[in-house]
Ligand binder design. Structure first.
Ligand SMILES: *Cc1c(COP(=O)(O)O)cnc(C)c1O
Length: 426
């Protein structure tokens, strides 16, 4: 029998420790693993046998987390890495090369916009930004050098919902993988692979860990993409010189991307998740569904209250009946629209800055997806490096604050916003 989500978030990938019977997954705080003999060592290094060599590549605590997230996302495999930003590089690395491009949404986390518009240029990669609600624009941006389409399921900061089914259909038509950053939704609210995504990336720093204790990332592979069909993905389809001409796709089939991520990506880029961080994230994931339900319930109450307050210009929460994404959210995130949205204040930039400084319960931080309610004025912080045009396109206009609703009592969250708005207006 297939277990349900609540069961899998506790059990997937884990079993009592074979050496000690420890029920909780131990933190394997070790760098290396003793080989049985020289033959065993050689087989591991040749990728002829799966096992542990060195913790830059694989670690038993991290392996449990990889299997846990892959299972919750409905993927074939997953590779954990040191942050969400590392996960994005790890996802693109096997696909990209100098002169190649990725078509990405204008509505991304500000740090991702900077990573894609500035830093990846140094690898000779190009990101082409488009409004992903405009499918004609997405198609027009794709050319022979495009290797992927990239978007967020629930966009940070605005909470916009991407039409994953339509984007996957389009990517499929032109033989490209769709990569979905599922950080704000988590697999409890949205499972992008079921909507046709090839790869799913997360900043595990946010809702998956859920309490603001670690940075971590993960790339989940659906195992469904044919990397050999077009000749566009030679890292996966052609002989790999670093492993005596092994072809990853031919050898590992649906696990090709995952094995490449470990054997080439982690080995040579070294963006490894440490076992202590994996432990915290495993602890967080055990309560993911419970937390996400409360995040959604609270976010809905707070968004409704804000929408009816006359100091507020608008609220972007996709769960509100007034949202243009209200119908789409039922299809993409049927269990709720998450805990993240933006609020535009009638008082503009000044009122936003004052509000942020006037709240007691809310923390003013550059993070989201915590048990605590968090707030930030994106335009002066996370989206500061962007032009005003980019800020507006990303949903981070100067007159909006981003709110990440925690799992405290909704009445307390509302009361704090009420007094903060009063002080911001005064
Ligand atoms: C935070 C975030 C990232 C980057 O993750 P880090 O763990 O901070 O590197 C990427 N995408 C989204 C949607 C995020 O919220």
């Amino acid at each position: 029998m297939a277990y349900g989500f609540d069961t899998l978030q506790i059990h997937a990938g884990a079993r009592p420790d074979p050496a000690t019977g420890a029920r909780q997954t131990p933190i394997y705080q070790t760098t290396a693993y003793v080989f049985r003999d020289a033959e065993h060592a050689a087989a591991l290094f040749n990728l002829q046998e799966v096992g542990y060599i060195y913790s830059r590549l694989t670690n038993p605590t991290v392996a449990v987390l990889q299997e846990r997230v892959a299972t919750l996302e409905g993927g074939a495999g997953a590779v954990c890495c040191s942050s969400g930003h590392a996960a994005q590089i790890m996802a693109l690395f096997p696909l990209m090369g100098p002169g190649l491009n990725v078509v990405v949404s204008t509505r991304l986390y500000g740090g991702s916009i900077t990573q894609f518009s500035q830093t990846i240029k140094r690898f000779g990669w190009e990101a082409r930004f488009v409004d992903i609600d405009d499918l004609d624009a997405v198609e027009a941006a794709i050319d022979d050098n495009t290797r992927a389409v990239f978007c967020e399921s629930i966009a940070n900061p605005g909470g916009h919902i991407a039409d994953l089914d339509a984007l996957a259909k389009l990517a499929d038509k032109v033989g490209l993988p769709l990569i979905v950053d599922n950080t704000s939704a988590t697999p409890y609210l949205c499972r992008p692979i079921e909507h046709g995504a090839t790869l799913v990336v997360h900043s595990m720093t946010k809702f998956l860990t859920g309490n603001g204790t670690v940075t971590g990332g993960v790339v989940v592979d659906s195992g469904k993409f044919d990397w050999s069909a077009s000749g566009k993905f030679p890292s996966l389809s052609e002989p790999e010189p670093a492993y005596h001409g092994l072809k990853f796709h031919e050898t590992f089939g649906p696990l090709a991307f995952t094995f490449h991520g470990i054997a080439i990506g982690l080995r040579d880029l070294g963006m490894t998740l440490n076992p202590q961080a994996a432990h915290y994230t495993l602890m967080g994931i055990e309560t993911l569904s419970l937390r996400m339900e409360r995040h959604c319930e609270n976010a809905m109450k707070v968004a409704q209250w804000l929408e009816n307050d006359d100091r507020i210009e608008s609220v972007t929460y996709a769960g509100l009946p007034s949202s243009p994404y209200h119908d789409r959210v039922q299809r993409i995130c049927p269990r709720g629209a998450g805990g993240l949205f933006t609020v535009a204040l009638k008082g503009g930039y000044d009122a936003c800055v004052k509000l942020v400084d006037s709240l007691d319960l809310f923390s003013h931080v550059a993070n989201l997806g915590d048990t605590r309610s968090l707030i930030i004025h994106s335009a002066s912080t996370t989206h500061r490096q962007l032009s005003e045009e980019q800020q507006i396109a990303a949903g981070a206009s100067p007159n909006v604050v981003r709110i990440s609703i925690g799992i405290e009592n909704a009445e307390d969250i509302i009361a704090d916003l009420d007094q903060g708005l009063a002080r911001a207006a005064g």
